[in-house]
Unconditional design. Structure first.
Lengths: 466, 493
């Protein structure tokens, strides 16, 4: 036994009864700054801590996350790929109906009805949606993710990503850019005009370009590189967007389309700093879907918000959602918008943090922390904290300033409870009123309730399995 | 009438986050009604137009737009100057990353450099101790769980996992251990030597290790296993692992198992395991048949061929107690209290206690406050869990026991007091000081079992002298102390 091979270094948790005596004997003592758990029934915490399946299950789950790859294999209309029935719209976050939908989600749903031609006026669209004339379903139920409102309609084109390891698939719509955009709840003429152009020009051009490349774009590799270039992959995608443009542009230029369309496509991609986000998100989704259904695992597989509620899922509890009221982000505002204009947290994009980047790799993108008046040391501390919430360090996603340490990956519900620290999420902010669009960007955390429910459910499952 | 400033600057670039900060800070100034400091992208120009601050001839994305609206010209001028100042200001240099506190044993072990021997010590409230101890086991590290109140099923699960991981769970409710000379918890400064102890009893291990030290024999390690380890429910899981670990340890030549009576099946399993080990194992079990730790130590010394010394004492004069006097034992160590009862009961008859030898002798003490009002022979264990809720252990905080001494003196029931005083790390730095004063005030004949060594921070002989000066009869052996008390009671010669 290693214990008896010499005077041990001591790691002490709890009341400082004996540390002084240990130090007086010349021992090396590290006292952890232990606190009572942030939440959770002590019996549930003990049950999970002692669940014999847990260590191996969590290792299996997080290894699947880290092993998953991501290739861009196609770009197709959602109708074809997802088999979306007519009058069906996907949205971000856990399930929600029109009555509970927040402004930006309503705005995006209205815009999608107008875009699809299911309604001619805003009023008609509202009536249609309010009467239940359009089926609503979470993106996550269709191997799909969507930023902000996440509204995906049959005529919108989606990226088709594939994990070469498992053969898994994930999908995400195309990013519209910033400002007055559907995903932020805007539905004016400029929004619809852009969506039609994306349907008629951008989608087909990207499809032709992607299909013509011999080697599919390795999206995971782009994500890994951008972390070394000042991006964190959620709220800052500049380097990733430019690398994607670099990779795709030769094929785009060769697409058989009017040169004005080619130019417009290149200009659109080059002018959109978040173009990559809609590729990063399904990359994370592929990895986390690979870790679904691992009995005994306490790892989070989904964090997602619909503008009203925040929902999570775990590897040990399948498709079950654990929800709580979404918080409103804190951050900086565009123009003269202010905190009162911001809607509560919305979007599937927290899949990036679930994957271990975004807010979790804040240290890679210190610019982001200034959204809340923070400093570079704050950014480093945020990532350092996240290491204590997670199961592993992903060697593919390195943070240069931390000595190329792998990103903190695989949120452990038990660790969240024990530390009392909630995951850090970087996010955009949509206007509270439907039709407004983006009002800012900032930082947010999930409501604790989600994790409380997940912990109780995991403990119940562990007891049932014992 | 609001006034406006709209200008474009070329060759200036700042990150949009920085510009949003500048806009927010300048916008917060008194009299400033709108600010947009942003690169001239289409989105930002649209925002500017919405605010009535669009540049007349448009702008290009590489130009910096400074647009300010204020209530008057002076305010406007100072606001624009503030924009310039903010753009020029350098963010304060990044200091070193602030230390992020480590919240769990798992995080603490994770942060250790190297893979040298390491041990986790957990003393968080019992209901939370399981997760911390499980962290250590999962990290392949042994753990001492000082906490009590850990459910027995959790103890079993932890110890099974530890066995599979090749590590040891000492405890829960383990107060004493010495690992490679490092004293953990309540432990004495004893020399290092060939005897390894496995202890289901903390004060028992202290008595044994101190007497061995007095005889010039050192210990290799003292591995506590927790008071429940040898119960039927736990089945000696940690004892068996500790035996195996000591047997494999180069510095251990023989092993002593110190415990209260184990469950019979567990005793058999431990004996069976002990027979299979390459080093001799002797048990120092307190039971009616084998009542005496001092005798067990003397047996070990015999095995080693070491002469049994005269155990240190300050016996004082032989004044007998008043006729009809009874024994009042006030202990801080549960095993020492047991030992006293096991030795005294055959002579005195039934002894009431909060930790009785037989259930029907339960003194029915109010578990929250020891009531010594029962007449006759009584032994109280002040270290029992029920009496330490919300207060420090009596080895650290003597208050309850001192109160009990003064209560007994006031009752005028003829009595002999029998006390233990345990020295060493973790214990009261000068227990004789308060106790001597209380004994002088009480004026009752008193025998003290003083468990410790000369090298202890409190120093055995200094404490013994102070107590003897207060009239106490002091013994390094609890068994000898008990027998002396019986002599004072006139119960033995």
């Amino acid at each position: 036994m290693n214990l008896l091979s010499g005077p041990p270094t001591v790691v002490a948790a709890g009341v400082d009864v004996f540390s002084t005596a240990l130090r007086a004997q010349g021992a090396e003592v590290h006292e952890v700054d232990w606190r009572p758990p942030g939440f959770g029934d002590p019996a549930d915490l003990a049950t999970l801590a002692l669940d014999r399946r847990r260590a191996a299950a969590n290792r299996a789950a997080v290894e699947r996350v880290m092993a998953a790859g991501s290739q861009l294999v196609d770009v197709r209309p959602a109708r074809e790929v997802l088999g979306l029935a007519d009058r069906t719209l996907l949205h971000a976050g856990p399930p929600i109906g029109w009555d509970d939908a927040s402004g930006p989600l309503r705005g995006a749903l209205i815009g999608a009805c107008l875009f699809e031609g299911w309604a001619d006026t805003v009023e008609d669209a509202e009536g249609l949606l309010a009467s239940g004339g359009v089926a609503l379903d979470p993106c996550h139920h269709h191997r799909t993710v969507g930023p902000m409102a996440g509204v995906t309609s049959p005529s919108m084109w989606v990226y088709c990503l594939e994990d070469p390891v498992t053969g898994g698939q994930a999908f995400c719509n195309l990013n519209e850019g910033l400002g007055k955009v559907l995903r932020m709840g805007a539905y004016g003429d400029e929004v619809l005009t852009r969506l039609r152009w994306m349907r008629d020009v951008l989608g087909p051009v990207l499809q032709a370009a992607v299909r013509s490349t011999a080697e599919p774009l390795d999206v995971k590799a782009v994500l890994a590189q951008m972390l070394q270039m000042g991006d964190e992959g959620h709220n800052r995608n500049r380097a990733g967007s430019l690398m994607t443009l670099r990779e795709l542009s030769p094929a785009i230029v060769e697409v058989d389309a009017p040169s004005s369309d080619i130019a417009a496509v290149l200009r659109f991609i080059g002018g959109n700093e978040h173009f990559f986000l809609n590729l990063g998100m399904p990359t994370a989704k592929l990895a986390l879907d690979a870790a679904r259904d691992v009995p005994g695992s306490t790892m989070v597989t989904v964090m997602s918000r619909n503008g009203t509620e925040f929902g999570i899922q775990t590897a040990g509890t399948g498709d079950r959602w654990f929800t709580g009221p979404a918080n409103t982000p804190v951050g900086l505002f565009l123009g003269d918008y202010g905190p009162d204009d911001a809607n509560p947290d919305i979007g599937d994009s927290a899949i990036m943090e679930t994957y271990g980047v975004g807010g979790f790799t804040m240290a890679a993108a210190p610019a982001i922390v200034r959204f809340v008046g923070g400093t570079v040391p704050d950014a480093l501390a945020t990532t350092e904290r996240m290491y204590q919430l997670t199961l592993a360090e992903n060697p593919a996603m390195q943070v240069p300033i931390l000595g190329f340490r792998g990103s903190p990956t695989g949120i452990d519900v038990l660790a969240v409870a024990r530390t009392g620290w909630l995951p850090q999420i970087n996010t955009g902010m949509a206007g509270r009123v439907a039709g407004t669009g983006q009002v800012g960007a900032g930082l947010v955390q999930p409501p604790q309730e989600c994790f409380e429910q997940a912990l109780a459910a995991l403990a119940q499952e562990a007891r049932a399995a014992a | 009438m609001p006034v406006r400033h709209v200008s474009l600057r070329s060759g200036v670039y700042a990150d949009s986050v920085r510009l949003m900060q500048v806009s927010r800070d300048v916008g917060a100034r008194e009299g400033v009604t709108a600010v947009l400091v942003a690169m001239g992208t289409p989105l930002n120009l649209e925002l500017a137009a919405g605010m009535g601050l669009a540049p007349a001839d448009g702008a290009s994305p590489d130009q910096l737009l400074v647009a300010v609206e204020a209530v008057d010209d002076d305010t406007l001028a100072t606001a624009v100057a503030a924009v310039d100042a903010a753009l020029a200001a350098r963010e304060r240099a990044a200091g070193p990353a602030q230390a992020v506190p480590l919240r769990t044993v798992g995080a603490g072990l994770d942060a250790l450099d190297g893979d040298g021997p390491a041990l986790a010590v957990v003393s968080v409230p019992g209901q939370y101790a399981v997760a911390e101890a499980a962290d250590a086991v999962a990290a392949g590290r042994s753990v001492l769980v000082f906490s009590d109140g850990v459910p027995v099923e959790a103890e079993v699960a932890l110890k099974r996992a530890a066995h599979d991981a090749g590590v040891l769970v000492m405890g829960p409710d383990c107060g004493t251990a010495i690992v490679s000379g490092l004293a953990l918890g309540f432990a004495n400064v004893v020399r290092r030597g060939p005897v390894g102890l496995v202890a289901a009893s903390g004060t028992g291990a202290q008595q044994v290790s101190c007497l061995l030290d007095t005889a010039g024999v050192g210990v290799s390690h003292v591995l506590g296993v927790g008071g429940r380890d040898l119960s039927g429910a736990v089945g000696g899981l940690a004892t068996l692992d500790a035996l195996a670990a000591l047997a494999a340890d180069d510095g251990t030549e023989r092993i002593v198992v110190v415990s209260k009576p184990p469950a019979p099946a567990v005793a058999a399993a431990v004996s069976e395991a002990a027979r299979g080990l390459p080093v001799p194992v002797r048990s120092a079990v307190l039971s009616p048949e084998t009542p005496d730790l001092t005798a067990a130590v003397e047996g070990v010394l015999g095995d080693l061929g070491v002469a049994v010394p005269a155990w240190p004492s300050r016996p004082g004069d032989g004044t007998a107690a008043a006729p009809g006097a009874v024994l009042k034992g006030l202990y801080s160590g549960g095993t020492l209290a047991d030992e006293a009862m096991l030795l005294a009961a055959p002579v005195l008859g039934d002894i009431r206690s909060n930790t009785p030898l037989r259930p029907e002798l339960d003194s029915a003490l109010d578990p929250s406050a020891p009531d010594l009002s029962a007449r006759g022979h009584v032994v109280v264990d002040f270290g029992d869990d029920a009496l330490t809720v919300g207060r420090a252990h009596p080895m650290i905080d003597p208050t309850l026991r001192l109160e009990a001494i003064s209560d007994l003196a006031a009752r005028r029931e003829p009595a002999v007091l029998l006390l233990d005083v345990v020295l060493g790390y973790g214990a009261d730095p000068n227990p004789a000081a308060s106790l001597a004063a209380a004994l002088r005030a009480a004026g009752l004949p008193t025998v003290v079992a003083l468990i410790g060594t000369e090298a202890d921070p409190q120093c055995w002989s200094r404490q013994a002298d102070a107590l003897a000066a207060a009239g106490a009869h002091v013994f390094a052996s609890n068994a000898q102390a008990t027998r002396h008390a019986l002599r004072l009671l006139g119960a033995v010669q």
